[in-house]
Design a binder for this molecule. Structure first.
Ligand SMILES: Cc1ncc(COP(=O)(O)O)c(C=O)c1O
Length: 359
C-alpha cells in the first residue's frame, strides 16, 4: 500500500506517474532498453526532453522570449549561478528576506557582490507575516531583486508578486506549478525539481532572453545561462532520468486540467488543514492568514513532549514525514500537487483523534 507522504522534498510523486515509469522501465517504447541507458543526444531522448519542455511551456504559459533550462546542482547552485550571471558591473543586488531559504540565497550571493538585504518579515497580531512592499527599503541601482516566493521551512508565502522595474528573480522551489503565475513579470525563475516537478537531481531555470549573456567570463561554462541555452541544457550530460520523469509529471498535470485545476485542489487542501488547526486549541500555526503557504503547513502541538508519539502514531496510520525541519522542530505537512485531498483529510482525521486522546 502507498502511504500519504508529506515530505518537504524529495516529495510525493503521483502514483500514476510512477506506474508509467515502472511499466516502461526495462523496455522504453519497444526500443529494448531503459531510457536511463540511452544517449542524451539520441533522437529518441531529445524528443522526450523537448516534449517535457513543450508541456511545461503549456502548463506555465511561458512566453517565447524565455528559455527553459534543465540543469543540475539543485536550487542551491542557483544561489551562486544567479549573481555570477546577473550582477553585472556595479555588482549590486537586492535580496528580500523572509526566512531561511532567502537567507541562504543571500549568503551565497554575498560572496560575489554588494548585496542589500531588504527585510520583509514582520508580525501581525502575534503572527509572522510579510510586510507591505511600501515599507521595503529597495535600492535604485540593484542589478536585480531576489525573493523566495514560498519559504518551505517557515511555511510563509508572498500574497503578491513584488513590483519592481528591475529584473525580478524568484526561488519557486516549493511553489512552482501550485498556482497560476504570470511568468512575464520575472527576469528569472528557478526551482529544485524534488517538490512539485519530479525527482531530485534536476533544477529548472526559466530565464528571459535579455539576461542570458551577462555572465562573468571566468565562471564555469556549466553555470552560464547563455551557454546552457545555446546547447539546449546539454553542455554536458544532463540528469536524463529526472528530466524524463519530470516530463511524465507535466503530462499528468495536463491530464488533471493543468495548473488552474491544481490550484483549486491546493486551495481546498490548505483550507481544510488550516481550518482544522484554527478550530483546535491543541494545534497552532504561526503564520498570518494572508501569508500562509498553500504548500507547506508547519504546526506545533500544545505540548512538544507529545511530538515523538504524534510522529510514531502518524506513521502507523500511513501518514509519513510530518516532522518539521530540523532547524525549527514541530511538525510540517507538505501538501504538494501529488498529495491528494483524501491524504489531507486522512491527516486531519488523525490529528483530531490524536488531540482528543492527548489534549
Ligand atoms: C525554497 C527553497 N529553496 C532552495 C532549496 C534548496 O534546494 P536544493 O536542495 O535543490 O539545493 C530548497 C530545498 O528545500 C527550498 O525549499
Amino acid at each position: 500500500m502507498r502511504a500519504y507522504n508529506f515530505c518537504a522534498g524529495p516529495a510525493a510523486l503521483p502514483t500514476a506517474v510512477l506506474e508509467k515509469a515502472q511499466a516502461e522501465l526495462l523496455d522504453w517504447h519497444g526500443k529494448g532498453l531503459s531510457i536511463m541507458e540511452m544517449s542524451h543526444r539520441s533522437k529518441d531522448y531529445v524528443a522526450v526532453a523537448e516534449k517535457a519542455e513543450a508541456d511545461l511551456r503549456k502548463l506555465m504559459n511561458i512566453p517565447e522570449n524565455y528559455k527553459v533550462l534543465f540543469l543540475q546542482g539543485g536550487a542551491s547552485l542557483q544561489f551562486s549561478a544567479i549573481p555570477l550571471n546577473l550582477l553585472g558591473k556595479n555588482s549590486k543586488a537586492d535580496y528580500i528576506h523572509t526566512g531561511i531559504w532567502s537567507e541562504k540565497a543571500t549568503q551565497e550571493a554575498q560572496r560575489y557582490g554588494d548585496i542589500h538585504i531588504v527585510e520583509a518579515g514582520t508580525t501581525i497580531e502575534g503572527k509572522l507575516a510579510i510586510s507591505e512592499q511600501s515599507t521595503w527599503d529597495l535600492s535604485d541601482d540593484a542589478a536585480y531583486v531576489h525573493y523566495a516566493d514560498n519559504e518551505t521551512i517557515g511555511g510563509i508565502q508572498f500574497a503578491n508578486i513584488p513590483e519592481t522595474n528591475k529584473p525580478l528573480v524568484s526561488d519557486l522551489s516549493s511553489s512552482i506549478l501550485s498556482a497560476p503565475l504570470d511568468v512575464s513579470k520575472f527576469g528569472l525563475i528557478y526551482a529544485g525539481a524534488q517538490k512539485n516537478i519530479g525527482p531530485a537531481g534536476l533544477t529548472l531555470v526559466i530565464v528571459r532572453d535579455d539576461l542570458l549573456d551577462q555572465a562573468k567570463p571566468e565562471i564555469p561554462s556549466l553555470l552560464k545561462y547563455g551557454a546552457q541555452a545555446k546547447n539546449d541544457s546539454m553542455v554536458n550530460t544532463p540528469a536524463t532520468y529526472a528530466w524524463y520523469l519530470s516530463g511524465l509529471v507535466f503530462e499528468w498535470l495536463l491530464e488533471q486540467g493543468g495548473v488552474d485545476a491544481m490550484h483549486k485542489t491546493n486551495l481546498e487542501k490548505s483550507k481544510l488543514l488550516y481550518g482544522y488547526i484554527d478550530s483546535s486549541d491543541f494545534y497552532n500555526n504561526p503564520i498570518a492568514v494572508q501569508n500562509r503557504s498553500i504548500m507547506n503547513v508547519p504546526f506545533t502541538l500544545a505540548d512538544a513532549a507529545l511530538d515523538k508519539l504524534f510522529l510514531k502514531e502518524a506513521e502507523e496510520n500511513h501518514l509519513l514525514n510530518l516532522a518539521g525541519h530540523r532547524s525549527v522542530g514541530g511538525m510540517r505537512a507538505s501538501i504538494y500537487n501529488a498529495v491528494p485531498l483524501e491524504g489531507v483529510q486522512a491527516l486531519v482525521n488523525f490529528m483530531d483523534d490524536f488531540a482528543q486522546r492527548n489534549g
